[in-house]
Design a protein around this ligand. Sequence first.
Ligand SMILES: NC(=O)c1ccc[n+]([C@@H]2O[C@H](COP(=O)([O-])OP(=O)(O)OC[C@H]3O[C@@H](n4cnc5c(N)ncnc54)[C@H](OP(=O)(O)O)[C@@H]3O)[C@@H](O)[C@H]2O)c1
Length: 272
Amino acid sequence: MPPENSGGGLLASARGRVLAGARNAGSSANAGAVSNGSLAGAGAVITGAGRGIGYAIAMLFTREGGQCVLVVRDRSVGEAAATTIAKVGLRPAVNVADVTDRGEIASLVMEVSERFPRVDVVVNNAGILLDEDRATAVSLMDPLILEKTIATNLYGAVNMSQAFIPMMARGGRIINVSSTMGQLAGGSEGYAPAYCISKTALNAYTQALAADVASRGLMVDCFHPGWAATAMGGPNATVDPADAAKIALFLATRPQTEKTGLFWDHTGVIDW
Ligand SMILES: NC(=O)c1ccc[n+]([C@@H]2O[C@H](COP(=O)([O-])OP(=O)(O)OC[C@H]3O[C@@H](n4cnc5c(N)ncnc54)[C@H](OP(=O)(O)O)[C@@H]3O)[C@@H](O)[C@H]2O)c1
């Protein structure tokens, strides 16, 4: 299995100026600094925000002054997350939707638009890596596993992006949480084929959507969070989800004039 390891080099990179801010934002000294954060006044919709990397992103965005919307499948999980996150900033809204269900996402957009005038950032974080996928060689891959994985990891991002773009103004960001397991540049080891294929497709979607919406002033990027200590990453993972979240904050706050449609990790831009 290719461990999605990370050494934290992004903070030291030339592109790390905003990330350095993200690092400072993570300190307890800034807890509650709602009005002065780099996301002050920004509305952010984050899928899979009840746990793992999505939760860490919501925590950091809230600490940075953002008004987050936690998109979860289980309301009680979302409310518990919101209660904890509210200790560092504005209490996040909690909305229930399965990203594979376009009807539920349509309802989600309605609910969000009733509460908030616009959305500045959409983080397509929800993702799955099924046990059957981990255990099966690509030559034996079950098409149903592929279908299920793509439904969440690709169509989920497509559904969310299409639904929320009408609510986004110039400067808005769509951030797709991808993986180097979908990276073609390094070659594939054949592990978890459905997951890898879904992330390669998500990367392709990122690049194409960025080109499409650039004229509207929207930025679309994807990033590899590192091998993060979550349910998906497992017990041996080496990256704190809070550190992975700093890459999302960087992408949410980097200057609008910069090139978009890129694949990032903690070191900066990486190959597709
Ligand atoms: N952890 C890593 O090492 C790693 C490395 C590279 C990339 N990533 C990517 O990072 C993202 C977050 O992963 P994680 O490590 O935080 O995983 P995780 O702890 O397993 O959390 C996955 C999240 O996605 C949500 N989700 C799954 N299917 C969904 C659906 N159909 N609709 C709505 N929400 C759904 C889950 O909600 P429920 O609580 O309702 O299940 C959960 O909140 C994923 O896209 C993953 O591929 C992770």
